[in-house]
Design a protein around this ligand. Structure first.
Ligand SMILES: CC(C)(COP(=O)(O)OP(=O)(O)OC[C@H]1O[C@@H](n2cnc3c(N)ncnc32)[C@H](O)[C@@H]1OP(=O)(O)O)[C@@H](O)C(=O)NCCC(=O)NCCS
Length: 176
């Protein structure tokens, strides 16, 4: 891995980050404009922080997250699904991975794994939660290999066309 992993001022570099996300995740211009406002709002939340991966000074991947807060929109959406399966306590004392994306030209080199393990290593919380599209994807395989397990499946976010899985893992994330 030739990438350099380090702190990212995501508010200042939101357009570069969303350019990576647009090609990695497949976002249109309208979705990028919406995400831009969401990211800038997220970065004002308590404990929100981001890491970037750069190659030759160019951003090729990023991760960001924050301690979960039950009043946040994401938490209110997943809460009934977790409660129905007896997993509601995962919403407390948990670090949420909000986004993780690596540019396709730089995938499969360990950058995604390094980003998520590095950001969670600096979390004070004993566990981490996230949501991922509920399908067999590289992201789901990565999360499982790090110890994340399914807490709920077929979770529907308003306006998202595909159902998500909510996953949780103890921290520090599993190595090797
Ligand atoms: C998920 C993502 C961030 C992984 O980034 P990456 O830098 O390619 O990941 P890594 O090289 O660190 O790979 C880590 C693990 O991911 C899994 N993985 C990566 N690519 C995979 C693939 N094509 N098929 C299956 N598993 C894959 C493997 O478990 C891999 O571990 P291994 O190399 O020990 O086998 C990247 O694929 C991505 O940006 N995808 C599109 C956006 C996205 O889905 N983001 C997550 C939203 S929830």
């Amino acid at each position: 891995m030739d990438a350099v992993i380090g702190p990212l001022d995501l508010s200042a570099h939101v357009d570069e980050a969303l350019a990576v996300q647009a090609v990695a995740f497949g976002l249109g211009a309208d979705e990028v404009a919406v995400r831009r406002q969401i990211v800038l709002r997220h970065m004002t939340h308590r404990g929100a922080r981001a890491l970037g991966a750069t190659v030759g000074g160019t951003l090729v991947g990023f991760v960001y997250g924050m301690p979960n807060d039950r009043s946040h929109w994401w938490s209110t959406v997943v809460e009934p699904y977790l409660r129905a399966r007896g997993h509601e306590h995962w919403l407390d004392d948990s670090f949420v991975i909000t986004e993780l994306h690596v540019h396709p030209a730089h995938q499969h080199r360990g950058i995604g794994r390094s980003l998520i393990t590095t950001i969670t290593d600096s979390a004070d919380e004993p566990r981490s939660i996230l949501s991922a599209i509920d399908t067999d994807s590289p992201a789901r395989a990565l999360y499982r290999s790090l110890g994340y397990e399914d807490l709920a499946r077929q979770v529907l976010f308003p306006s998202a066309p595909k159902p998500y899985a909510v996953m949780g893992a103890p921290l520090p994330l599993r190595r090797g």
